[in-house]
Design a protein around this ligand. Structure first.
Ligand code: ZN
Length: 106
């Protein structure tokens, strides 16, 4: 092993990923509301609004959407389209779940 440089414990890529994880919004608080509701990305969405096809990751988010967009219509959870149980692809337990974060490339 003489003459060879020791391998660094942390590569530049690892550090960059840690910095990214520490500085990138993960969708908390009000700022991330649109992220969580799936309006912008749509990737994680589980539920779909039957009225305007807007998607949300959970019932709570959908209710927030519903109260904001369709205040005159009573919120009915049973009328929501559940995208996770709709397709045959979701029944495969070996199928990797999509990650929360997007591409690492900037
Ligand atoms: Zn809607």
């Amino acid at each position: 092993m003489t003459g060879k440089a020791k391998p660094k414990k942390h590569t530049a890529k690892e550090i960059a990923a840690k910095v990214d994880a520490a500085t990138t919004s993960r969708g908390g608080g009000k700022a991330g509301l649109s992220d969580r509701s799936g309006v912008e990305k749509g990737g994680h969405a589980k539920l779909e609004c039957p009225l305007c096809k807007t998607t949300a990751p959970d019932v709570k988010s959908m209710q927030i959407h519903h109260d904001a967009r369709h205040p005159k219509i009573p919120f009915d959870e049973s009328k929501l389209n559940n995208l996770h149980t709709a397709g045959p692809a979701t029944s495969d337990p070996n199928k990797p779940k999509p990650g929360v974060r997007g591409s690492l490339k900037k």
